[in-house]
Design a protein around this ligand. Structure first.
Ligand code: DAH
Length: 345
């Protein structure tokens, strides 16, 4: 083998590798070329290198130099091809996961639910007036829901609160009032509490009725508490919630657990008492029931009605929110339709 032959073989090898590396499509293809050239046994360049020691010195120097340069260039060609493949692979895999031309979806950040905000505002008002907020169980028993509230078994007043009974004889509370007795049994007087919470009734769903809604029970018991305290708290709460111009009115009513009893009304914000469609022509909107705690209820809770008196109310939180935001359908609160809730925010 003469010198020229060896030189040609090396430059042919170099050309061949450069051409094939440039069009290679997979890392495996490149790896195969690498082995073909540099493989310890039988690699095309390795074989040429192996013959160097057998050459005359002058030829050895020349061929050795050429082989080393070829080795370097082949490695560069393979590295460039490798980089090209890695880039292409990355572009493909990114392309699978992200379509950068696809329109973005903004994350939905919901405002605090309107019922929670209404409740927060009521709590804010009472926090400055020394009331504690207490919570009670939604699963109640007949005793606290009815009997302790002076509604004996078979009393027709139970019919007005169509009740969901559970298989074990317990029930879903129909009002937050049972917490009056629970709280009085637990804490000594003087007592001033608010009890927000969910209540349940077997009502058919329509624009103004729901099988579940929220009430906020208020209770203040002390020596010398009068109906005047109830009136003042109701008036000031309504002004706080609906604006300074709003008026409150007390309509005689009847509840088993209060004596006397009254419905709390607030003047209609749309017609200011003149009568319009929103208030059904009456000029007033109903907020809930109230009254002076019945002596029997105080006694049942271990409080002495001779020395102590109290007012109580159960106001509807949905109703407050409806009045404040001009919502005419109670279903809005429980359906949690984001578009509808956004409008209220
Ligand atoms: N619990 C009554 C209801 O749900 C509302 C009520 C009336 C609560 C008078 C009271 C009250 O605390 O004094 O219909």
């Amino acid at each position: 083998m003469n010198n020229g032959g060896m030189e040609n073989e090396i430059s042919d090898l170099e050309d061949d590798v450069a051409r094939r590396a440039a069009v290679s499509r997979t890392p495996a293809e490149l790896e195969a070329i690498r082995t073909e050239v540099f493989g310890r046994r039988g690699g095309r360049l390795s074989r040429i290198m192996a013959t160097l020691p057998t050459m005359p010195p002058a030829q050895r120097a020349q061929v050795g130099l050429q082989a080393n340069q070829a080795k370097k260039r082949i490695e560069e060609a393979l590295a460039a091809a490798q980089e090209r493949l890695t880039d292409a692979e990355m572009a493909v895999s990114l392309g699978h996961k992200y379509d950068v031309s696809f329109p973005g979806t903004a994350p939905r950040i919901q405002p605090i639910h309107v019922l929670r905000r209404t409740l927060n505002d009521v709590a804010e008002f009472f926090r400055h007036r020394g009331f504690a907020i207490v919570m009670g169980p939604e699963i109640e028993n007949e005793y606290y829901n009815f009997e302790a509230m002076n509604i004996p078994p078979d009393h027709p007043a139970r019919d007005s609160m169509d009740t969901f009974y559970l298989p074990d004889g317990n029930l879903l509370r129909t009002h937050t009032s049972p917490m009056q007795v629970r709280a009085m049994l637990r804490y000594p007087s003087p007592l001033a509490i608010l009890v927000p919470g969910r209540v349940y009734r077997r009502d058919a769903l329509d624009a103004s009725h729901s099988f579940t809604f929220h009430q906020i029970e208020g209770l203040q018991v002390d020596r010398g508490v009068t109906f005047g305290h109830l009136k003042a708290f109701a008036r000031d709460l309504c002004r706080h919630l609906f604006g300074p111009g709003r008026r409150t009115r007390f309509r005689p009513s009847y509840f088993q657990f209060t004596e006397p009893s009254a419905e709390v009304d607030v003047s209609c914000g749309l017609c200011d008492g003149a009568g319009c469609r929103t208030c059904g022509g009456s000029g007033w909107l109903e907020m809930g029931g109230s009254g002076m705690v019945h002596p029997k209820v105080l006694r049942e809770a271990g409080y002495d009605p001779e020395n102590l008196s109290g007012w109580a109310w159960g106001l509807g939180i949905e109703r407050m929110a409806m009045l404040r935001h001009g919502i005419d359908d109670i279903r809005v609160f429980s359906e949690n339709e984001p578009a509808a809730l956004d409008q209220i925010a």
